[in-house]
Design a protein. Structure first.
Length: 156
């Protein structure tokens, strides 16, 4: 049985700037007005990352726009939000981050079974030459597809 996921937002810049080593799914502790903003896709994951604090993991730098109808009970748009991992997972992730020298960033935020989930990734930053290689490889693949498409047209 396939679960229904409604994607709220994705972090497209992450694939350009980082090597993705491993991904994880986590819940996130949100206020009611934040969930309503998520339903309206008013979330920005750009420049977000995870921080370890007091044995827990927090998502920092995520902008959840204020919900228009919440009035004085609205939330702070850039507040730190707690990620919901099991204690064993937190210990394992902390060890992996120290060992590999990487960081954790969110790749996408989505609804799964009515709950907001975040796909987190353990990443390592790309160097400029890595980005240039990716661009060259993408251009070569595009040219190959274009050539194959033209050959198929000529063969008809």
């Amino acid at each position: 049985m396939k679960t229904a996921e409604k994607v709220i937002t994705t972090n497209k810049k992450a694939f350009h700037d980082f090597h993705i080593l491993e991904t994880f799914e986590a819940g996130i502790a949100l206020l009611g007005s934040e969930v309503k903003s998520c339903r309206q896709n008013q979330v920005n994951l750009k420049d977000s990352y995870a921080r370890f604090k007091d044995g827990e993991i927090y998502l920092v730098g995520t902008h959840v726009s204020p919900y228009f109808y919440a009035h004085q009970l609205n939330h702070e748009p850039l507040r730190e939000r707690k990620l919901l991992f099991h204690k064993e997972e937190i210990k394992r992730l902390y060890g992996k981050m120290r060992e590999k020298g990487g960081t954790m960033i969110p790749l996408k935020m989505y609804f799964k079974h009515g709950k907001v989930k975040v796909e987190m990734a353990l990443v390592k930053g790309k160097k400029d030459y890595d980005r240039r290689e990716d661009i060259k490889r993408r251009d070569v693949e595009r040219e190959m597809r274009k050539g194959m498409k033209e050959q198929r047209r000529e063969g008809r």
